[in-house]
Design a protein around this ligand. Sequence first.
Ligand SMILES: *Cc1c(COP(=O)(O)O)cnc(C)c1O
Length: 361
Amino acid sequence: MTNYGERAAQPQPASSGLIDLRSDTVTLPSPAMREAMLRAELGDDVFGDDPTVNRLEALAAETVGKEAAMLVPSGTMGNLVALLSHCGRGQRVICGNESHIYVYEGGGASALGGLVYHTVPNLPDGSLEAQALAAALPTLDDPHQAPAGVCCLENTHNRCGGVVLSPDYMAAVHAQAQAAGLPLHLDGARVFNAAVALGVHVRELTRHVDTVQFCLSKGLSAPVGSILAGPAPFIQTARRFRKMLGGGMRQAGVLAAAGIVALSEMVERLADDHANARTLAEGLAALPGIRLDMNRVQTDIVIFELAAEGLTPAQFLAALREAGVLMVGMGGQRVRAVTHYGISAGDVQAAVQAVAAVLGR
Ligand SMILES: *Cc1c(COP(=O)(O)O)cnc(C)c1O
């Protein structure tokens, strides 16, 4: 079973006074993180001399069951460094058409790496459409085709509503990728949410991929930072790309200290965020003018469709802000709310009431 240490203390109130459900990235560091940051032993991490970064990287590698790990400033850089390390120019990156890597990372693999995105349709459960994946994986001995370089999964899947891919599904895709001679990379920005939702150790998910990126700065509440983990030679290559992209940080131990607390104390409490998201979703689903599929509410993300006459998502979000609650649009009629360390059960009740009031106007 999971054993990531003690549960964290109660969340601190949001500094803005608003109930901020835009993302789990708005989380503020816990008091234990502030304390650890203050006392962190430091050095120059570009020389490999920061003892706190080194401790975080060792802990992270051990936690996800990989040989080595590296701290990066963001999840976006972690994914980009992974793609650049796996592929050479002109190679294909196979990923979901709703994946964060494809939709939200500025096309970095193409713009900076000369890589080609080969998107495969994401099904609502976050998986990749099987026939399209099978067609994408093999590198045919055909000079017309860009050779495949890496295959990517996302767990939990952000744009699919924080849904969880099962270990069995990941194992099956891993086997398929291996048969095609391809590494499998996991965009595991919220892989700890997936593990907690499944009631398994995170290694039960990460053992089915070659490399993984996960965020310290989302539900785990560290102020800055992501981890890229994988085989030692891969991480050695990745360190060169991180430096090239400007991600070599000096006394980064001030950030790593919070990351250590994140991994040691903030994993178990994600269950509270999931319970709050469920309560929020149930409250919203009961309101007229909201369409919400409870089957898709599996972790900390709640995505719903606005079906109210004469109210655009932009108008809805503006009115909701007036009522003291922040959410974000996800394109079309879709709106997203995310629970996190700064959101209490009482905030969830207040948010449902605010939405009801906005819809009732
Ligand atoms: C947030 C997120 C990222 C990127 O993380 P940043 O630290 O914001 O760059 C990558 N993948 C997924 C699925 C995410 O939700």
